[in-house]
Write a protein that binds this ligand. Structure first.
Ligand code: ZN
Length: 351
């Protein structure tokens, strides 16, 4: 049986761009939205807003260009009710209906390019929730998913040898294809170990590159305060971006609590929204981790599970919609996918 994620991937893959463009141009999505308004909420999941220069710090599949983002925001504000996520959560918690065709915008990680994105949102009179990896702002420590991209680009040997995980690993990185594969292998490795082991692997990787400087592409605390002052919601995305179930419960608790404490101190405001780092095929959240988030005093948490949130959603396992570059794809997701990807029941969400 296919999982919702693989089904979603298939629906997206098998619906040709030309078909989506045609549906968009003839107003099919506008018609669907008017005839069958959505009673759930699409919580959109963005990461970086950048051009090709972003390849230095972020996986291209999770970037949208500034021009596309501007189009997305124009499209959303003219057709949907863009709600601050805490307002939507308050509605769901109180058992009240959401306004029809509700959308909330979220960003994971805390890239510096999120500041101009916040300005675009403000110009259109809406806000978003920005989930911040608190240990990586102002260049305090490199954000590991960005750092591995820069370190692998510096390696001149044809292979990377790592030993910290118990057995020696040899990762080829002589050609561009091998380097791309190496990045996927390293990301998987970094997510699948405890934080101390991940840090040892990171040191070995840095040594393999013969040192060199990693440039921070993350926000500074001043920029974050600026965004908060613009009315943006700031949420937490842990301190160092681990896969929380693999961090062990004590380190997971520290990552969840310390991120909240730091943000509240820096912003002098309560922080109530949390987003679990990572996603995909690996387990990145569990019921135990979700209860740590609740115990830490957050009101809600978003996942990387594709879907539309609604009254039956678990507030600590809210589904999101991963955003793609073209506005036609965004429209397709909002109007067609919602029929296939309804909120999972609480029982299912806890698995
Ligand atoms: Zn993340």
């Amino acid at each position: 049986m296919s999982t919702p994620a693989s089904l979603l991937a298939r629906v997206r893959r098998e619906t040709a761009p030309a078909a989506k463009r045609l549906l968009f141009r003839v107003g099919a999505y506008d018609a669907v939205r008017r005839v069958r308004p959505s009673d759930g909420i699409a919580i959109l999941r963005y990461h970086a807003v950048c051009g090709p220069e972003g390849e230095a710090y972020v996986e291209p599949s999770i970037c949208v260009t500034p021009a596309a983002f501007e189009r997305h925001v124009g499209y959303l504000t003219s057709r949907y009710r863009v709600l601050p996520l805490p307002d939507a959560v308050a509605c769901l918690r109180a058992g009240k209906s959401l306004p029809p065709n509700a959308v909330a915008i979220t960003f994971d990680d805390g890239y510096a390019d999120n500041l101009p994105a916040a300005r675009v949102l403000r110009r259109h009179g809406v806000g978003a929730t920005f989930y911040i990896t608190t240990g990586c702002l102002s260049g305090e420590a490199p954000f590991w998913p960005s750092e591995i991209r820069q370190v692998v680009a510096r390696i001149t040997e044809p292979v990377i040898r790592l030993r910290a995980a118990g057995s020696e690993m040899t990762i080829p990185c002589a050609t561009p294809v091998e380097r791309r594969t190496a990045l996927r292998t390293l990301a998987k490795l970094f997510k699948s170990h405890s934080i101390p082991v991940r840090e040892r692997l990171r040191d070995e990787l840095r040594a393999a590159a013969g040192g060199g400087e990693t440039i921070s592409h993350m926000l500074t605390w001043d920029q974050l305060r600026q965004m908060h002052g613009m009315g943006m919601t700031i949420g937490a995305h842990t301190v160092t971006h681990p896969n929380l179930p693999n961090a062990g419960l004590e380190d997971a608790r520290r990552e969840i609590v310390d991120a909240k404490v730091r943000l509240e101190r820096e912003l002098d405001a309560p922080v109530t929204m949390f987003s679990y780092p990572n996603g995909g095929a690996e387990r990145y959240m569990t019921p135990e981790v979700a209860s740590l988030v609740g115990q830490a005093g957050y009101d809600a948490a978003t996942t990387s599970r594709n879907g539309f949130a609604g009254p039956s959603s678990d507030l600590f396992a809210l589904e999101r919609v991963q955003v793609q570059e073209r506005v036609e794809d965004l429209a397709f997701a909002l109007e067609v996918e919602r029929f296939a990807f309804k909120p999972a029941s609480r029982a299912v969400a806890q698995q």
